[in-house]
Design a protein around this ligand. Structure first.
Ligand SMILES: Cc1ncc(COP(=O)(O)O)c(C=O)c1O
Length: 418
């Protein structure tokens, strides 16, 4: 069973001050997880995690990564602004963008970020606006398709990201002529998987290409960035992701392939997002209406514009009914919000203990790609974000959106009423 760090009374006390819906993140659990990741990869000298800002773009969360010595992965100008505001600078920032504008390249260069280029055509585009740095990273599209247990996981033939191996080699040669001296390689083949054998097999394939590239282009890579994609179990019965096992499988491929080619040592980088914060954030909402029709519909005080993961990705999120943890889940519910679309569902035919109006629902594994995917469809506003600090105090790390925020970009006399 998945657990929540507060009991009903503690939660009710918080709700008195900060009405539902809101997100709440656990500081201590995030910090412990960062330390665990670093311990799991301590065998690799120079290992670094560049937290993927896109997953949980809140500066107070980024500060936790900063204080634990991590960098950040940015993909846009505003993410760079967030990084800058949290004092990330230079090689603490990995700018992994695609379809990038001149303004974004300029901002990334002004912060001395590591520029991770997505396409050969970006090289000359970049040079048009900014002078090339000493260190450049290129994103590799290794080609082919990745299957796991007969299921297609990544189709690199249909992927919009990265250089082909040939383009990579030619671009390194071109960049060398232009004065670039240090090179990094980036490749994401993880896609919400957490099985050690998945990582061993695919790291092995990638490292074989790294050997070809290093030899053909005549470079010793400064780092290999394996990016994101280590998944978390949403299912309450599944075991936690064993990051030590994932790391050990990567190490095996590292030693056997790169070691045999005489390329070691090479620092490994990651840009994990969901693994870092996903399990340590919760979405909290109260039951406002109970509609009995062909099925029983729980109408929450939130809609899926605030928490799109179940409707956008069909992700299953375990739900606790606060205070009813030990009751038998023998009632079936459709859990909905107020959007004018039928797929506005947090869960369909979900078994929960008998639910009453006013009950508080806790959605687990909501700490990544949840707030950040929010939108304002139907004029529905985004919720607050709270941080449960290590000393058990509570910090509002983002206020709930107001109608004023929603209308802020309209130059029109809006009638707010009372
Ligand atoms: C380039 C890149 N880095 C990092 C991530 C983070 O991935 P995840 O949250 O699955 O670890 C992503 C996610 O799509 C990505 O595209």
């Amino acid at each position: 069973m998945k657990t929540f760090p507060l009991n009903l009374e503690e939660l009710q006390k918080i709700i008195k001050e900060y009405p539902t819906p809101f997100y709440i993140y656990e500081e201590a659990a995030i910090v412990n997880n960062i330390r665990k990741l670093k311990a799991a990869f301590s065998w690799n000298k120079g290992f670094r995690e560049y937290f993927a800002i896109k997953s949980t773009p809140n500066p107070y969360i980024l500060e936790l990564f900063k204080s634990e010595g991590c960098g950040v992965d940015c993909a846009s100008e505003t993410e760079l602004m967030l990084a800058d505001s949290c004092s990330f600078y230079g090689e603490d920032i990995m700018f992994t963008s695609n379809v990038t504008s001149a303004a974004e390249f300029k901002k990334a260069a002004a912060l001395n970020s590591i520029i991770n280029l997505d396409d050969p055509s970006h090289i000359d585009y970049f040079i048009e606006y900014v002078s090339l740095p000493d260190l450049v990273c290129l994103r590799l599209n290794p080609g082919g398709r990745i299957y796991y247990k007969d299921k297609l996981i990544v189709d690199f033939e249909d992927h919009k990201f990265g250089f082909t191996t040939e383009q990579f080699i030619n671009s390194v040669k071109y960049l060398k002529e232009k004065g670039v001296k240090r090179f990094g390689l980036h490749c994401q083949f993880g896609s919400h998987r957490n099985e050690a054998d998945y990582f061993e097999e695919n790291t092995r394939k990638l490292f074989e290409q790294v050997v070809t590239i290093s030899k053909s282009a005549g470079i010793q890579l400064e780092f290999i960035n394996l990016a994101g994609g280590v998944g978390i179990p949403y299912d309450e019965a599944a075991p936690e992701t064993d990051i030590y096992a994932v790391s050990a499988s990567i190490r095996k491929a590292y030693d056997e392939i790169l070691g045999a080619a005489g390329l070691l040592p090479i620092p490994l980088y990651l840009e994990l997002g969901i693994f870092m914060t996903g399990p340590y954030g919760y979405f909290i909402s109260s039951v406002m209406h109970i509609k009995k029709a062909s099925k029983t519909f729980l109408g929450l005080d939130a809609s899926t514009n605030s928490f799109m993961s179940p409707s956008r990705y069909s992700n299953y999120h375990y739900i606790t009914v606060a205070g009813k943890e030990l009751k038998k889940p023998d009632c079936s519910y459709v859990i909905t919000g107020a959007l004018c679309e039928n797929r506005d569902r947090f869960a369909t035919d979900r078994l929960l203990p008998p639910v009453d109006k006013g009950d508080i629902l806790i959605f687990h594994d909501a700490g990544a790609y949840t707030y950040s995917h929010g939108n304002n469809f139907n004029g529905r506003l985004r919720p607050a974000e709270l941080l449960l600090c290590t000393d058990n105090s509570l910090r509002v790390i983002r206020k709930a959106e107001t109608a004023k925020d929603y209308f802020a970009t309209l130059d029109y006399p809006i009638k707010y009423g009372d």
